[in-house]
Design a protein. Structure first.
Length: 147
């Protein structure tokens, strides 16, 4: 195992995912690629983005998400790990699996918020959808659902 793709959502839930990915990378001497899939900008998918304040808010979200990736990359590199990062836009599952394919990942590490009841009915779990692709081994970390 030489290449591990780590799917992050730029929230507090990333901590446990990073901790497990770090342990695996150290044990196998593997490279890490941190990936965050951001929702596509409305202009990119043919919708008007609305007033400027909506565009400004989206730009701030992307800055925050990028800063979180940089922070984790820097922490892991300071520990001597080989790490790069990608912030990409698109539909989460399709974009994540495309990134894994391009990277030729040996493993995908990602969190699962463990939705139950009605939330599970309306929101398919990203980890479940990636698992349906069944092209890569997945290491799924339970994360706090409120993160």
């Amino acid at each position: 195992m030489k290449k591990i793709l780590v799917a992050l959502d730029a929230t507090a839930a990333d901590g446990p995912v990073i901790a497990h990915a770090r342990s695996i990378a150290k044990a196998f001497g593997a490279q890490l690629r941190l990936v965050h899939v951001a929702a596509p900008h409305p202009d990119f998918v043919g919708f008007e983005a609305g007033p400027q304040y909506i565009r400004d808010a989206r730009a701030e979200e992307l800055k925050h998400e990028h800063a979180e990736l940089l922070r984790w990359r820097d922490v892991l590199q300071a520990e001597g790990l080989e790490v790069d990062m990608h912030l990409v836009m698109g539909p989460t599952v399709e974009t994540l699996t495309a990134e894994a394919e391009k990277y030729q990942a040996d493993l995908i590490v990602l969190g699962s918020h463990g939705r139950h009841g009605l939330a599970r009915l309306f929101a398919d779990s990203v980890s479940e959808e990636v698992l349906k692709e069944h092209r890569w081994p997945l290491y799924i970390i339970p994360t706090p659902s409120e993160a």
